[in-house]
Design a protein around this ligand. Structure first.
Ligand code: NAP
Ligand code: 8YV
Length: 317
C-alpha cells in the first residue's frame, strides 16, 4: 500500500474545484499555497514540492519558481496559461500542461449565450417582468441576431466552435488572427480594428498575456461603433477596460457582454451599474460535465508525469 511518504508532494496555487482537489489528495501530498502563505511554513515545504496544480487564472512567475528547486511539472486546470512564466519553466526543463478541447463546447456555448443575451436583452427583460414593469407597457425593442454580422477575434479551437454555432443563426462570419487560416471559409481581416468596422458583434476569444494585452482598445471600440456589441470570453486583459467603460458611458458602442475582467473578482461600478451590459463571473467552462473532464485531464497530466509516461496535453513549445 502506498504511504503518504511515497506520494509526490505538490502545491496548489489556486482555490481549486473541490472534487478536483479531492482527487489530487488521493494521489499526492497536497500543500495549499494559500494556507502556507507565511514565509516560515512555505520555506519548510518548498524544497520538497515536485508539482504545481494551478488554475487558468493562477500566477506562477519566476519568483515563485525560484523558490521551488525540486519542481518537475506544472499542471493548469484550464486551457489558458497566460499566468504561467512558461519561458522560466522551460529554462529549467519543467513542462507545463493545460486542458484544451474538453472545455471548447462550453465556452462556445457561453459566448453565444452572452451574444444572444446582450442583443435580445434577456437579463434586462427578466428584471422587467420580475419588477412588474410589464403592466405599465411593453419592453423596448431589441437587436436581431439571426443574419447579423459576427467578427471573431481569435479563430482557434473555441473561436471555430463559436463560428459553427453562429452559422446555425445564419450569421455572416469574419475573423482576425495573426496568421490567416487559408482553409477557413470565413472572411479574414488583418486587425481587430479592421474587423470591428465590418461587424455588428465582436467576439473576443484569444489567449491572454502580454501579446494580446489591450488588443481591444479605444480605436477598436470606435470602429465597432454605436450599433456594435462587444462580447469577451477570453481574458480581461485583452480588452482595455478603462477604454471600454468610457466607450459605454459615451455611447461609442451599443453594449457589452463580459465573462472576464481585468481584476477578477472586482468589477468596476461603472460596468455593474450600466444598463447595456451583461456580466457573468468567469463561468464559461463552469458546468459539472466540463469541470469533471478538466479535472480528469489536469490530474491525468500529473499522474502521467510521475509515472514516467508521456504527458497528455503539454502546452505547445
Ligand atoms: P487556441 O486554440 O490556441 O486559439 C487561440 C486563437 O487566438 C488562435 O486562432 C490564435 O491565432 C489567436 N490569437 C492569438 N494571439 C492573437 C493576437 N494577438 N491577435 C489575434 N488573434 C490571436 O485557444 P482556445 O482553446 O481557442 O482558447 C482561447 C482562449 O480562451 C484561452 O487561451 C483562454 O484565455 C480563453 N478561455 C476563457 C475561458 C473562460 O472561462 N472565459 C475558458 C476557456 C478559455 P494566431 O496564433 O494565428 O494569432
Ligand atoms: C476556467 C479558463 O474557469 O480554461 C481557461 O482558460 O479560464 C477557465 O476554463 C479556469 O481555468 C478555472 O479556474
Amino acid at each position: 500500500m502506498e504511504t503518504s511518504l511515497s506520494k509526490p508532494e505538490i502545491l496548489t496555487v489556486a482555490k481549486l474545484w473541490p472534487p478536483y482537489l479531492e482527487s489530487l489528495q488521493e494521489t499526492f501530498v497536497v500543500h495549499d499555497r494559500i494556507h502556507t502563505g507565511d514565509a516560515a511554513s512555505f520555506a519548510t515545504i518548498a524544497p520538497r514540492i515536485r508539482g504545481i496544480a494551478a488554475s487558468g487564472e493562477s500566477r506562477i512567475d519566476a519568483a515563485l519558481l525560484s523558490q521551488l528547486p525540486a519542481l518537475e511539472v506544472i499542471s493548469v486546470f484550464g486551457v489558458g496559461y497566460d499566468g504561467v512564466d512558461v519561458a522560466a519553466a522551460r529554462a529549467r526543463n519543467i513542462p507545463v500542461t493545460n486542458t484544451p478541447d474538453v472545455l471548447t463546447d462550453d465556452v462556445a456555448d457561453l459566448g453565444m449565450a452572452l451574444l444572444l443575451s446582450i442583443a435580445r436583452r434577456i437579463p434586462q427583460a427578466d428584471k422587467f417582468v420580475r419588477a412588474n414593469e410589464w403592466v405599465k407597457g411593453p419592453l423596448a425593442l431589441a437587436r436581431k441576431v439571426s443574419g447579423a454580422r459576427l467578427g471573431i477575434v481569435g479563430l482557434g479551437r473555441i473561436g471555430q466552435a463559436i463560428a459553427r454555432r453562429a452559422e446555425g443563426f445564419g450569421m455572416s462570419i469574419a475573423y482576425t488572427t495573426r496568421n490567416k487560416r487559408p482553409e477557413s471559409p470565413y472572411t479574414y481581416y488583418p486587425s481587430a480594428k479592421a474587423l470591428a468596422a465590418e461587424v455588428d458583434f465582436l467576439m473576443v476569444i484569444t489567449p491572454g498575456g502580454a501579446a494580446t494585452k489591450g488588443l481591444i482598445n479605444a480605436d477598436v471600440l470606435k470602429a465597432l461603433g454605436p450599433k456594435g456589441y462587444l462580447i469577451n470570453v477570453a481574458r480581461g486583459s485583452v480588452v482595455d477596460q478603462t477604454a471600454l467603460v468610457q466607450a459605454m458611458q459615451n455611447g461609442v458602442i451599443a453594449g457589452a457582454a463580459l465573462d472576464v475582467f481585468e481584476d477578477e473578482p472586482n468589477v468596476p461600478l461603472e460596468l455593474r451599474n450600466h444598463e447595456n451590459v451583461v456580466l457573468t463571473p468567469h463561468m464559461a467552462s463552469a458546468t459539472w460535465e466540463t469541470r469533471r473532464a478538466m479535472a480528469d485531464l489536469a490530474l491525468g497530466n500529473l499522474q502521467a508525469h510521475f509515472a514516467g509516461r508521456p504527458l497528455l496535453t503539454p502546452v505547445p513549445a
